[in-house]
Design a protein around this ligand. Structure first.
Ligand SMILES: Nc1ncnc2c1ncn2[C@@H]1O[C@H](COP(=O)(O)OP(=O)(O)OP(=O)(O)O)[C@@H](O)[C@H]1O
Length: 209
């Protein structure tokens, strides 16, 4: 892909829930090697904005473009990966089956399934049913999906939730590598990011009215 042309542009977005304006007039541009950190108090609309950016829900106003065209085109969904609250994993399938399923629907990434499981410290859990994993292990599995597929844009909703200290450091180092390699991340987090050398834009949704 031509990295020069890669750009996520949100223009004048608004989101209304039950007649309440969560945010309006929200615009930003995200380029390769940048992280956009969405901040704001509980209920300010961070998850709602991520779901709009994923194309799961339409904005009440405004437009989102990927590389100059509206996001409802197939290329955006191939370029983007979302890890949300529900972890996006099927609990009745094994760890290996879940990763094989993710791989079947995407371009292969930098790591094999075996390497990714090793990286997120789930080696040896291949045949374990997801329903038998702890909350932190489920989160590690959902993050392993990012490593086995090739997606320039990661959209992450509270990626540190349920992770222990070592897990948080691991994810931070994977995120750093992703952006240093030309990737982009939009994320929410109530946890302070330790990625000091990185180009981080911050938007506080509590103030976007
Ligand atoms: N499906 C829905 N239908 C109606 N209202 C909803 C729906 N989902 C969320 N909301 C409302 O929208 C508001 C914003 O929710 P959202 O989950 O986007 O906030 P958030 O900033 O991510 O919060 P938190 O920090 O608690 O995760 C809340 O008041 C919530 O009740």
């Amino acid at each position: 892909m031509d990295k020069q042309a890669v750009l996520l542009r949100a223009s004048n977005l608004a989101c209304i829930r039950d007649d309440r304006v969560l945010f309006s007039g929200l615009s930003f541009i995200l380029k390769p090697q940048q992280i956009l950190l969405l901040e704001g108090k509980n209920g300010s609309g961070k998850t709602s904005l991520l779901r709009i950016l994923c194309g799961f829900r339409e904005a009440d106003e405004g437009e989102i473009q990927w590389c100059g065209t509206p996001i409802d085109n197939s290329r955006y969904h191939a370029d983007m990966a979302y890890v949300g609250h529900m972890d996006g994993v099927k609990k009745e399938l094994s760890v290996l089956e879940n990763l094989k399923m993710s791989l079947a629907m995407a371009r292969p990434g930098r790591f094999t399934i075996e390497q990714a499981l090793d990286k997120v410290h789930l080696a040896g859990y291949d045949d374990t049913l997801v329903q038998a994993l702890s909350a932190g292990q489920k989160r590690r599995l959902s993050l392993a999906r990012l490593l086995i597929t090739d997606n320039i844009l990661w959209i992450l909703d509270e990626p540190f939730t349920s992770l222990d200290r070592q897990g948080i450091q691991l994810i931070e180092s994977l995120m750093l590598k992703h952006v240093n390699d030309g990737g982009m991340i939009v994320m929410t987090s109530h946890h302070d990011l330790a990625l000091h050398a990185t180009d981080i834009q911050r938007i506080d949704l509590s103030t976007c009215h």
